[in-house]
Write a new protein. Sequence first.
Length: 94
Amino acid sequence: MLAELPYLKNPGIAIYSSPFTMNISLRQLRVFVAVAEALSFTRAGDALGLPQSSVSTQLRELEDTLGLRLFDRHTRMLRLTEAGAEILPLAHKT
């Protein structure tokens, strides 16, 4: 999965880190997919059996590792960014 990330369709979104330096966990990817499907940290946490705070932490760590913002967060609204939408199919493969 990581080998595919440098080939994102949008040339403005590139990940140049070596796959060996990225520390992305399967748990982070599962949290990302759950949040993307539910569009809610709380509902994603309920589906995964995790507290909302853990979901938020896992997602923030994934975004920090990737150097990308995966969601636009607004009051009572959550939506995927372009980068998040491009990474979602790759995360589904895991």
